[in-house]
Design a binder for this molecule. Structure first.
Ligand SMILES: Cc1cc2nc3c(=O)[nH]c(=O)nc-3n(C[C@H](O)[C@H](O)[C@H](O)COP(=O)(O)OP(=O)(O)OC[C@H]3O[C@@H](n4cnc5c(N)ncnc54)[C@H](O)[C@@H]3O)c2cc1C
Length: 466
């Protein structure tokens, strides 16, 4: 079966672009490595709806609301779903794009003239002393276990870092009857004077989102959970597993006992595929991440390769859905498909709404900047967990004149493990910038090569059978 468009990712961005294209008459394939649709925010939403368990209630209204988007996409007959399928290769040819897929033990190659990457975000790597101890993990990872497997931590879990996910997850835990021991917040308690102008710009049109954030914070306070703002350093302590956390606040060190420390420093676009495809990228200094350069239609510098959602720059689920509709209309135009009158009217509204969401995001980015301490880890902190390379080793080769992250990879093996540099790429670039005194933009990022995801030789050999 040939497809007009291949969409990678079945989160809000991918579901929206696929639905829009299918409605316009295109034949679409949606590929996702998860066994079901929903992406990060609506992960396992169909599964928990079918099971009818209490998990959905604990995760909140927003999570339950995603089911409508999933169900409406599933009703489209022109969408062919490929779940539990990972993209391990992407190649841009003159008139088409080729993808290497792996599903179970079988690898295959597929192609189309248009490919939409809706591969979302990942947690920003947050290295600090003790972060490799058992009992330390990302808040996003803990939330994934909650959504997917209904697993929640025990009372006394400590949440640390910054960003709205910290408050959302604390609320989800409270709903599930779990009492966090403390919240060690790197953000300031109140909006600083210099951020008041961006806040007033968004205060009215984004009042629902802002009130939601305040509600989350006030529920934490009402539950009596110690919520400490302005924390600026963190260390997980313990012999074979985490037993406590040291933190610094207001120049003073404190300690808290815990057997589980969950950390979060915001999310960054998952640019592995856009880098591998050879797309141009821009460095965003405020947000401290790379994002693919897109034209005003949502197309990358590679012909026929489009990006929507958090993979294009962190804007949240609502924006991902809107971007999906916009890109669907643009691709439909390229395919010569007519879009309905209702879709055309929606176009203006979408652009206006996206502008408002961008302004809100600007405020969130100012209020929750990436923590400095995770950008400058101590020398004995492991940076590349796959290959056990420390920050000190990266600094040492940078001082010896190593030219950039790709040479650092060759010298130290950082970035050569199974995660293919997802976990350490940003940290290595930051450290090299720190030593050289150059901007990260000049230092650059890892180049990414196939395989993007681990594939076995037997899976590769199965290509001969297809
Ligand atoms: C860990 C985590 C938890 C989050 N939790 C929340 C939350 O609770 N609430 C909230 O508002 N926002 C949350 N966010 C932010 C949130 O992800 C989004 O704003 C929203 O889901 C973005 O939608 P999207 O369609 O761009 O991407 P996503 O929803 O992330 O969907 C991307 C999809 O692409 C698939 N994919 C990626 N790479 C490949 C590949 N190589 N092959 C095949 N498939 C691939 C993934 O499996 C995923 O299903 C979270 C982000 C992260 C990283």
């Amino acid at each position: 079966m040939t497809h007009d468009v291949l969409v990678i990712g079945a989160g809000p961005g991918g579901l929206s672009v696929a639905s829009g294209l299918a409605r316009a008459g295109a034949c679409v394939q949606v590929i996702d490595e998860q066994p079901y649709a929903g992406g990060q925010i609506f992960r396992a939403s169909e599964k928990s709806a079918r099971a009818g368990n209490e998990i959905r209630g604990w995760l909140g209204e927003e999570y339950s609301g995603g089911l409508d988007l999933i169900r409406s996409a599933k009703r489209q007959e022109r969408i062919d779903w490929q779940f539990a399928t990972s993209v391990w290769d992407i190649r841009c040819e003159d008139d088409h794009i080729e993808l290497g897929l792996v599903h179970g033990e079988t690898a295959s190659i597929t192609q189309a003239r248009h490919v939409v990457l809706a591969s979302g975000a990942m947690e920003r790597p947050a290295p600090f002393k003790g972060w490799t101890l058992p009992g330390v993990m990302g808040i996003g990872a803990a939330q994934t276990l909650f959504k997917d497997a209904g697993l929640v931590p025990e009372n006394g879990v400590v949440l640390a870092g910054s960003g709205p996910l910290l408050y959302l997850f604390a609320n989800q835990l409270l709903s599930a009857g779990v009492r966090p021991g403390a919240i060690l917040d790197f953000a300031a308690k109140w909006v600083s004077a210099q951020h008041l102008v961006p806040l007033t710009r968004v205060a009215w049109h984004s009042r629902t989102a802002l009130l939601k954030g305040l509600k989350w914070r006030s529920r934490i306070a009402r539950a009596g959970i110690p919520h400490l703002f302005g924390v600026d350093e963190l260390e997980a302590v313990g012999k074979d597993e985490v037993q406590g956390v040291h933190y610094r606040k207001g120049g003073q060190s404190h300690q808290f006992e815990t057997s589980l420390l969950l950390v979060h420093d915001g999310v960054i676009p998952n640019t592995h595929m856009t880098v591998a495809a050879g797309c141009d990228h821009n460095w965003l200094a405020q947000q401290q991440y790379w994002q693919p350069g897109l034209n005003d239609k949502g197309q990358t510098s590679q012909q026929g390769l489009w990006v929507v959602g958090d993979c294009a720059g962190i804007m949240g689920a609502e924006a991902a859905e809107i971007q999906g509709r916009i890109v669907a209309r643009n691709i439909a135009g390229k395919l010569g498909l007519a879009i309905g009158k209702a879709e055309a009217t929606q176009a203006q509204k979408d652009l206006a709404e996206l502008k408002k969401l961008a302004a809100l995001r600007q405020f969130i980015d100012l209020q929750y900047p990436p923590a400095k301490t995770f950008a400058t880890p101590a020398d004995d902190t492991v940076i590349c967990r796959c290959e056990a390379v420390t920050a000190g080793e990266i600094r040492e080769i940078a001082q010896l004149g190593c030219q950039g992250p790709n040479q650092a990879r060759a010298f130290t093996r950082a970035g050569m493990g199974p995660c293919m540099g997802r976990g350490c790429g940003l940290s290595v670039s930051r450290l090299m910038a720190e030593v050289s005194g150059n901007d990260i933009e000049q230092v650059g990022h890892y180049s990414t090569r196939t395989p993007l995801k681990p594939v076995t030789l037997s899976q590769l050999a199965s290509l001969n059978d297809t």
